[in-house]
Each structure stands twice: as C-alpha cells, then as structure tokens.
Design a protein around this ligand. Structure first.
Ligand code: UGA
Length: 433
C-alpha cells in the first residue's frame, strides 16, 4: 500500500519507518525543510533505539522516502496518516489543534481517488468530525474516510512497540476504511488485538488510557510517601500489588513525577475537555495537581539530603524525562533543576542522550559534564533523576572518592541501598527507608 505520513516527530518517524518495514511504500512529509534535508541525507533527527537501522534499511530498499511536499506525496496515497504535534494550547490548556488543521487544509487539495485519512496524533474527542468537515469544505470533490488511529508507542521503545502493539484501535463507521486499515496491519498476527470502534470512542480511548496510567503513577508516588512514614518499602508493596492480575505490575515505579510530551498535557486536556462538557474528573485533577507538587517535594528532599549541611553543588544524573530518549519535554529533571537553581545551587549535569537538547535549554546556566563521574567531582549531593541503565552500574567506591560530601538522593530507586551505605554514603530513595 502507499502511505503518506505527515509529521516526522516521535510518532511519525518510527511509524513511517515501521510501515515501510512491513512492506508498504511510505513517504514521510514534514514542512520543516531543514529536518527533511537532514532526513534525506541519512541523519536521524531524534534518538530512538533501533530507529536509525530501521530507517537506513528501508531508505536503502526504496520503501521509505522523505518530502516537504504534499503535492508530491498525497495524491497517490491509499492512506494519509496525520502524526503532527498537539501541544497544549498556551491559554486554554486544551490540545492545540493548529498543526492538525493546517495539515488537513493543505492535504485536502491533493486528495485524489478514494483515500483513508487517519489521525494518529492525540486529539480531543470530536476532532475527526471537525477535520472531516474542514476537508469537505476545502475540497468538496474529495472521496475519503476519516479514521481515528490512536498511537500507543512509548518513547524510547517506539520501534519495539510499533512491531509489538498490545492492541490496534481503529475508530470509524466506514466498512471500506476499516478494511483498508486492517490491510495496513495485515502482517500482524492474531495475537495483536484489533478493536474496531466508533471514531469518538477511539479518540476517547487514547485519553482514557494515558490518564489512567498517569493516575497509576500518581497513586504509587503517594503510596511511596505513605511507605516512607510507616516503615514499609514501596518496592515490595508495588510487587505485592502487581501480582494481582487485576492491578498489573507495570507503571508502579515511584519517582520524581511523570513527564514527557504526553501524560502532563493529556491529563490537563482531559480535565479541560470534561469541564467543557460539564463533567468533573476529580481523580485526574488530583493527579495533575499532585504531579506538579511532586517536583517541588523532590527538589526539597534533594536540598535537605540527610547529613549534607550546606549544599553548594549538586550533581544531577539524568535530564531526559525517562530513559531511552533524548526528549526533555516536561522532564521532571528539568523542573527539579529549576527549583534547585532558584535556591542558588550550582548544578553539574550528565545524561547519556539528552545533553544536546538540555544545552539548548540551559545554555551556561548549568554545567554539563562529559560523563557521570566528571559530574560527581566536588559535588555535595548526587541526585539521580532519570533511570538510565548506565547509572545503575555507578562505581560507588569511585563516586565516594570524587564527591565533596557523600549524599545520594536516588529518585528512581536504581542503586543498591546497602552498597551505597557500605561505601559511606548517606543514601535516600523513594518510598523506602
Ligand atoms: C506514554 C504512553 O505510555 C504511551 O502508551 C503513549 O503512546 C504515549 O504516552 C503517547 O501518548 O504518545 P511516553 O510518554 O513515551 O508514553 O512515556 P511513558 O513510558 O509512559 O512514561 C511517562 C512518564 O511516566 C515518564 O516520566 C516516566 O518516567 C513516568 N513513569 C512511568 C513513572 O514515573 N513510573 C512508572 O512506573 C512508569
């Protein structure tokens, strides 16, 4: 099949490369000319495990191409997938639809023959109807069906998730469109569940899923606070809870709060959408509020690291919002660093992948170290804020020799507490003594 993917971000690029690997003929379109030029020259514009190899292989086979022109890519497409960003609107806090609308208006003129137009971006319930009307208005002759095709990829695992989805949710009432999308994924076996629903349900499933996971994280973070006060160990509590299949063991890792380009914006957008519809979503409202406070609480904990006395310099390991990505959007680490900077602390930071992105944000307001040990030199506290595997292997003996004062605040519970203490550190983590 011929596929055009509009938007080459964290969703569009892995999906486009994935569809090419499945044997489809894919053109990824972006209106950022510089980005398209980089992609055409073989450079991957974001970090995602396995993406570079996947892209190179499919570019070489001729199944994956990049373009800035809808005129060159939309007319021949069987399926046009919209995967542009829906960042929070600066005033309303709802998903900002300007990129979706702009893409729809531009593609409308180029639709030729029957085409399925599928929205992969996370969009408010009812967006499919709005965009369908917009395309009709712009091009009354166009023969197309609008489909909601929400994406459940996790950053850092996007390539893996593309090929191993838990489920495919396909929102449309059109039989032809259902069959077209089913064909798109026909190489996935029966183990991949396909759920055909109406378009609005499909749009709602995406928000409902992300908000539920965000609530789960907020829940375990509050449970961690409770464990700290009562002498329980949240890791053991999460393990015990997770053994109940009704609860499940995933997304029960406590930490510095959830971040990224999805959970923070989607929870706020859902609360706002619900309010507009006269519905109160108190659980999600509490999650949004709790997650905001979480970062202040964690910053305070770092500043008050036991035994630290005066804190002048803090080594931060981890800038990305989670491991496996260079994405720093809504990263708890950056928000915590901002609180620490406000308190007059000098920060030296290291992240295996997100240094370039963070340098653009901070300039020379913080120091960037060349590796994790360089970050520790003369630091009064080590704060671990992202759960990169290489931090798990930190040589604590070496760390103790480098630091000025021996304090670790492990906000991802990745170090061995007894080993840290045996090396002379005052060690604190989340939700356990
Ligand atoms: C999330 C969803 O997991 C994907 O299914 C969805 O497709 C995506 O949003 C999206 O809407 O595009 P992502 O934002 O990449 O994916 O990251 P997650 O792995 O879900 O993590 C989100 C945040 O929660 C991170 O800050 C992470 O550190 C935090 N988290 C996650 C925890 O603090 N504890 C956990 O147990 C799990």
């Amino acid at each position: 099949m011929k596929i055009t993917v509009i938007g080459t971000g964290y969703v569009g690029l892995p999906s486009g490369a994935g569809f090419a690997e499945l044997g489809h003929d894919v053109i990824c379109v972006d209106n950022d000319l510089a980005k398209v030029a980089l992609l055409r020259s073989g450079q991957v514009t974001l970090y995602e495990a396995g993406l570079e190899e996947l892209m190179m292989r499919n570019v070489a086979s001729g199944r994956l191409r990049f373009s800035s022109s809808m005129a060159d890519s939309v007319p021949q497409a069987d399926v046009v997938i919209i995967a542009v960003g829906t960042p929070p609107h600066p005033i309303t806090k709802e998903a900002d639809m300007k990129y979706i609308r702009a893409a729809a208006i531009e593609l409308a003129d180029h639709l030729s023959g029957y085409t399925v137009v599928a929205i992969k971006s996370t969009v408010p319930v009812g967006t499919g109807d709005e965009i369908e009307a917009l395309i009709h208005l712009k091009n009354p002759e166009a023969q197309f069906d609008m489909v909601s095709l929400p994406e459940f990829l996790r950053e850092g695992y996007a390539v893996y998730d593309f090929f191993h989805p838990d489920r495919l949710v396909i929102g449309t009432d059109s039989e032809v469109a259902r069959n077209t999308i089913a064909k798109l994924y026909s190489s996935f076996g029966p183990e991949t569940k396909r759920l055909f629903v109406n378009r609005r349900s499909s749009e709602a499933i995406k928000y409902a899923s992300n908000a539920f996971l965000a609530v789960k994280i907020h829940y375990i973070n509050e449970m961690a606070n409770f464990c700290e006060k009562t002498g329980a160990d949240v890791t053991e509590v999460a393990k015990g809870m997770g053994m109940d299949e009704r609860i499940g063991n995933r997304f029960l890792n406590p930490g510095p709060g959830f971040g990224g380009s999805c959970f923070p914006k989607d929870t706020i957008a859902l609360v706002t959408m619900a309010q507009k519809n006269g519905v109160k979503m108190s659980l999600i409202e509490a999650t949004v509020e709790g997650n905001t406070k979480r970062k202040q609480q964690v910053a305070k904990r770092i500043l008050e690291a036991p035994g630290s006395g005066d804190v002048h310099k803090i080594a931060v390991l981890g800038l990305a919002f989670k491991n496996g990505t260079d994405d720093c959007r809504e990263s708890p680490s950056l928000e915590i660093i901002n609180h620490l900077l406000d308190a007059g602390i000098s920060i030296v930071a290291y992240d295996p992948k997100a240094m370039k992105v963070a340098k653009q944000i901070y300039g020379d307001r913080i120091e960037f170290a060349s590796d994790m040990y360089a970050a520790l030199k003369d630091a009064d506290v080590l704060a671990i804020l992202t759960e990169w595997d290489e931090f798990r292997d930190l040589d604590l003996h070496k760390a103790a020799q480098l630091m000025n004062k021996l304090n670790i605040v492990d906000c991802r519970n990745i170090l061995n507490p007894s080993l840290a203490r045996a090396n002379g550190f005052s060690y604190s983590s989340i939700g356990r003594a």
